[in-house]
Design a protein around this ligand. Structure first.
Ligand SMILES: Cc1ncc(COP(=O)(O)O)c(C=O)c1O
Length: 428
């Protein structure tokens, strides 16, 4: 029997037909499906600007470039995340620093981030940016990082690759969001957030609150919706969205009003030269194809159902795995709508006189594949020497105990029962 994976896509016949229709259309790439997907996605998360990219990693890279990060800059990231979060800073030549996560949800802690910001300032090597991660689909402390952004003049990129559909309220961490300062670079160019300047206890969607400069999503098959590979950058700052859009496609512009060499772009009679375009910055081919966007559009329509099924499975785990000694599922903070990308558990392997490897093998023998999200980045050879794990005790404690159980919308009730039975048998 094939083991139940920790995550898996859910593709319907209608989605297969949508891709086939795109294959039969005039555009396999750079066609109308791209903008349609971007607009639908922006509407779904409540962001006025959305730019589709070839992966979440590409989206992070473009976000870092658009935000103006480069050589000599320092970027603060959490240690508990996928390596792409930190790599984006390295791609643009910036230096990565780490602050510890908070204990309950393993998202970057505002308190430890602030300590790192203060120390870096004192040492004359201030951080320019922070990249937060909504681990497993639990939003980081949005109001807290909004405050740090203002207080320390930070660029804030939110890595929401786990958090499509997650929500939070001002109550989430007991703080009220500050709307005094203009978001972004302070030039007051942000589009109005929505028709409600203060959530007033109503949930904000991740991507909707206009305080992070840029928010990044991924459409890898294990994520909430998939395009095979794919990603999205959302922002309330049109200038940043334009930069992302341009760098996504070789830094090229075809708009005569933007030409650096306008005399080349026009004929003697002043008419635009039809062939002319300018490469104005070192860009990439990070485009998402029309085939992928057609799939993404169809998947997006099913997002509410996907989220509901994830919630249902998690509620069942919580009921049926309650009371196992040395085992607990990570839950939702108050006021948070968790997107449940991952079902994270903490297991006291040492206290139970076993090892994680052994438990994972025993579960696999029972047809349940589990995972670990994540080996903390400073423990990776690539980031060795950037921080000592002794200075990141919560991340280390989390890593020692974490185990990811399967959760994905296509999981059948029978599969959920199999996971519950296997976990109870191995850890009961
Ligand atoms: C937190 C986080 N950031 C970034 C990425 C990169 O996304 P992608 O795989 O679409 O490049 C992932 C993907 O797994 C992720 O989990």
């Amino acid at each position: 029997m094939k083991p139940i994976p920790y995550g898996h896509q859910s593709i319907s016949e209608a989605e297969i037909e949508a891709v086939v229709a795109a294959l039969r259309s005039d555009f396999l790439t750079q066609g109308p499906a791209v903008e349609r997907f971007e607009q639908a996605f922006g509407a779904a998360v409540g962001a006025p600007c959305a730019v589709a990219c070839s992966s979440g990693t590409a989206a992070l890279h473009l976000a870092a470039l658009a935000a103006g990060l480069g050589p000599g800059d320092r970027v603060l990231v959490p240690p508990v995340t996928f390596v792409a979060t930190a790599n984006a800073a390295r791609y643009v030549g910036a230096e990565v620093g780490f602050a510890d996560v908070e204990g309950e949800h393993a998202t970057l802690s505002v308190a430890t981030a602030e300590t790192a910001l203060v120390e870096a300032r004192r040492a004359g090597r201030p951080f320019k940016a922070v990249v937060t991660v909504d681990l497993a689909g639990h939003p980081c402390d949005q109001a807290g990082f909004g405050r740090l952004k203002d207080a320390y003049g930070l660029v804030w990129i939110e890595d929401a690759c786990h958090a499509l559909g997650a929500t939070w309220t001002a109550l989430s961490r007991g703080a009220k969001p500050a709307f005094g300062a203009a978001p972004g670079d302070g030039k007051g160019e942000a589009l109005p957030p929505s028709d409600r300047p203060d959530a007033g206890g109503q949930p904000w969607k991740v991507g909707e609150w206009p305080v992070p400069d840029l928010t990044v999503f991924s459409f890898h098959p294990v994520k909430h919706i998939t395009t095979g590979e794919g990603g999205m950058v959302t922002t309330h700052l049109p200038r940043l969205a334009e930069r992302v859009r341009s760098l996504r496609s070789h830094g090229i512009t075809r708009r005569p009003g933007e030409f650096v060499f306008p005399e080349e772009g026009r004929d003697r009679d002043g008419q635009p030269n039809p062939w002319y375009y300018e490469a104005q910055a070192l860009g990439f081919n990070y485009r998402l194809s029309d085939l992928q966007c057609a799939l993404g559009l169809a998947q997006l329509a099913r997002l509410p159902g996907f989220l509901a099924r994830r919630r249902e499975i998690m509620a069942r785990y919580r009921r049926e795995l309650a009371g196992l000694p040395g085992f607990r599922l990570l839950g939702e903070g108050p006021g948070v709508g968790h997107a449940w990308h991952l079902a994270l558990a903490r297991v006291d392997f040492a206290g139970r006189d076993t090892t994680r490897g052994r438990v994972m093998r025993q579960l696999l023998e029972r047809g349940v594949a589990t995972q670990v999200h994540y080996v903390p980045l400073p423990m990776m050879p690539l980031y060795a020497g950037t921080a000592a794990m002794a200075d990141l005790p919560e991340a280390l404690a989390y890593y020692r105990e974490t185990l990811t159980l399967p959760v994905f919308p296509a999981m059948t009730d029978e599969e959920v029962a199999r996971v519950v039975a296997a976990v109870r048998e191995v850890l009961g």
